[in-house]
Design a protein around this ligand. Structure first.
Ligand SMILES: *[C@@H]1O[C@H](CO)[C@@H](O)[C@H](O)[C@H]1NC(C)=O
Ligand SMILES: *[C@@H]1O[C@H](CO)[C@@H](O)[C@H](O)[C@H]1NC(C)=O
Ligand SMILES: *[C@@H]1O[C@H](CO)[C@@H](O)[C@H](O)[C@H]1NC(C)=O
Ligand SMILES: *[C@@H]1O[C@H](CO)[C@@H](O)[C@H](O)[C@H]1NC(C)=O
Length: 594
């Protein structure tokens, strides 16, 4: 700074430099004065017109005396952008609806009939757009189930992209969907088509269950005219370490904005060539988006459910004493169908059978094998019962885990009640509320509701910071370890009757009024028969057989606000057999204290 001033004084030919007479000095003083006045006026005008522009104006001028480049506005675009994000509403565009979203579901013709139940759970024919992308023409004599499923397309042959052609094919689905949509628009550019502009492309697997209304409220937060890649990494740290924390795991689904899909469509073939040795399709997509400089925007409602439960073990051979220890061939699964698929693959796994670790070298062929099921219980329950305060967008891998509720024998039937409830109040699905019931003799019950799914009643005081942590009913995907996960977990002591909450699962849902619902949850005791805790609080809790939850319809706009868990209040009715819970927004500064 100083040298600059000196230079100006010295070489400027200004007042001081001229050693001239008094006349010149007077003129000089007058000129200086008028300059000073003009500058003051300009300054006042500036302050008047930009009174409080925070860091962008005066403050910046003040701080930035020696960053001339900044003041000259070398990056005028950036300066404009720094005025703040332009949310979707900023430019007065109509909000994003389901009709702005195009789905691309990766599937295989041979397994579609077994998997289609998942798509049928959430697909709304006539209200949604998109395709199932198959590897070949559908097999079998039955016509395509167009009344309940998305229409299908057959992907282009991707075998030129390396060994794992199927991964390349799946990775191309974003591009294929984009090209299909633009071709449709080109061929049929009617007014109707213009109205149905496409803003987002959403990818999923054939066993992904989407919650479409929540997907739309999540996408509504982002400006679809910018490049966005929205999704979530895996819940299992070992999966994220092995693949990437920066990648949306494909099965949980991910969304790509229109301009990002356009860019991806141009680049994808080159990327598939460059990353042909990658394992998964989702990795290839992320690698390509990374070349475009587009990072993952994380949304906690997308669920890969890579935290597999305690699986069932199918012992396939007698233990053999071999080099390096005891060897046993096992297949691992929670459903026999998965074991069938695993058989034939060569894996190096460590399986825990009867509490001991055995190295497993390979899965033998299925036809010379006796299947003995060693059942180890566990499921995604704990994770789903403690969902983050964010809309539930997707669930995946339900086929690989235990049915998520006792309402139904198959994975599909077990998820149906949650999906049905979500139709009544989509935004509230799985949202937790905590309240406390104080009874005679000074007992306290802690009640945790995961709306539309389950209620837990702890016959003792558990603080909210604990209730919001998932009970560990599951293990990691790859090594079946107790963790780590990308969230904390709480130990569940299955055999200690005095350490287990009573669990209730959704049994009924109905409208209460036009704007509120009643959900009922029936008791389900997983404790081994005969094991009861002999404490007064537990005895009183053991009488409750139904929990009835009354809740106002949660509006989408609740997700536009800062996230906040809602409050509730309990009441015992029918001589203690029914526990009523009323959910409402918390008051200002309201505490939930045991
Ligand atoms: C794809 O192309 C390869 C060779 O180009 C061929 O061997 C394969 O059968 C094709 N696959 C399909 C499904 O057409
Ligand atoms: C063009 O679009 C209109 C309305 O969206 C539809 O009714 C018509 O069948 C389409 N035509 C073709 C050739 O796809
Ligand atoms: C529940 O209420 C909603 C909104 O008022 C209505 O659209 C829906 O049809 C009702 N459902 C039933 C089963 O009455
Ligand atoms: C709750 O709101 C959703 C839309 O956000 C609507 O589809 C549903 O019918 C409403 N349910 C009731 C009971 O009002």
């Amino acid at each position: 700074m100083l040298p600059k001033w000196k230079a100006a004084e010295g070489g400027g030919g200004g007042c001081a430099a001229g050693g001239g007479g008094g006349d010149q000095r007077r003129r000089c003083v007058a000129a200086s004065l008028s300059m000073l006045i003009a500058a003051t006026l300009a300054f006042l005008a500036y302050v008047a017109f930009f009174p409080d522009d925070g860091a962008g104006g005066l403050y910046r001028l003040w701080r930035c005396q020696d960053c001339a480049g900044d003041l000259l506005g070398e990056f005028p675009g950036d300066a404009a952008a720094a005025d703040g994000p332009t949310p979707a509403g900023g430019r007065r565009r109509p909000p994003t609806t389901l009709s702005h979203v195009v789905f691309g579901i990766g599937a295989s013709a041979r397994t579609w009939d077994q998997r289609r139940g998942y798509a049928e759970l959430w697909w709304r024919p006539g209200q949604m757009r998109g395709h199932v992308w198959l590897d070949e023409e559908p097999v079998g004599p039955a016509p395509w189930p167009a009344a309940t499923c998305p229409p299908y397309r057959v992907s282009a042959n991707a075998s030129r992209f390396g060994d794992r052609a199927s991964a390349s094919r799946m990775a191309r689905i974003v591009a294929d969907s984009f090209l299909a949509v633009t071709a449709e628009l080109r061929n049929n550019y009617t007014a109707a088509a213009r109205e149905d502009e496409v803003r987002w492309f959403v990818m999923g697997d054939d066993d992904t269950v989407f919650f479409p209304d929540n997907l739309v409220s999540v996408l509504n937060k982002y400006d679809h005219e910018e490049l966005y890649y929205v999704g979530a990494p895996s819940e299992s740290v070992e999966q994220d370490v092995m693949h990437s924390y920066g990648m949306a795991f494909g099965g949980g689904g991910f969304a790509v904005s229109y301009p990002a899909a356009a860019a991806l469509a141009k680049a994808i073939d080159g990327c598939l060539e460059r990353y042909r040795w990658f394992y998964g399709s989702d990795q290839r997509v992320q690698a390509c988006l990374s070349e475009l400089g587009v990072p993952l925007t994380r949304e906690p409602g997308f669920h890969q459910v890579n935290s597999a439960p305690f699986p069932s073990f199918f012992v396939l051979s007698k233990p053999r004493r071999e080099e390096g220890g005891l060897n046993i061939d096992v297949a691992v699964s929670s459903v026999p169908a998965t074991a069938q698929r695993l058989v034939g693959a060569t894996h190096h796994l460590a399986a825990q059978v009867s509490g001991r670790l055995f190295p497993v070298t390979k899965f033998p062929r299925v036809d010379n094998v006796v299947l003995v099921q060693v059942d180890v219980r566990g499921d995604a329950y704990g994770m789903l019962a403690a969902h983050p305060v964010a809309p539930l967008v997707s669930l995946h891998h339900l086929d690989h885990i235990q049915p998520i509720s006792p309402r139904g024998k198959t994975a599909l039937d077990a998820v149906r009640p949650l999906v049905d409830a979500s139709r009544y109040d989509p935004a509230r699905a799985l949202q937790q509320s905590f309240c406390y019931q104080h009874g005679p003799g000074g007992y306290t019950w802690s009640v945790s509701v995961a709306w539309g799914y389950t209620v837990q009643v702890y016959p003792w005081a558990v603080a909210p910071h604990e209730l919001e942590v998932p009970l560990q009913t599951f293990r990691t995907w790859r090594s079946w370890a107790d963790g780590p996960f990308v969230f904390n977990t709480r130990k569940l002591s299955p055999d200690d009757a005095c350490a287990r909450p009573a669990m209730f699962f959704l049994s009924r849902v109905r409208n209460e009024t036009a704007r509120s619902t009643v959900t009922e949850y029936a008791r389900h005791d997983a404790t081994p028969a005969g094991k009861v805790c002999d404490k007064a609080s537990f005895r009183a809790a053991s009488m409750v057989h139904t929990v009835k939850v009354f809740a106002p319809n949660m509006s989408e706009s609740d997700w536009v606000r800062a996230p906040r868990r809602q409050c509730c209040k309990t009441r015992r009715t029918r001589w203690g057999s029914v526990l009523e819970v009323r959910i409402r927004r918390c008051g200002r500064g309201e505490l939930t204290t045991p």
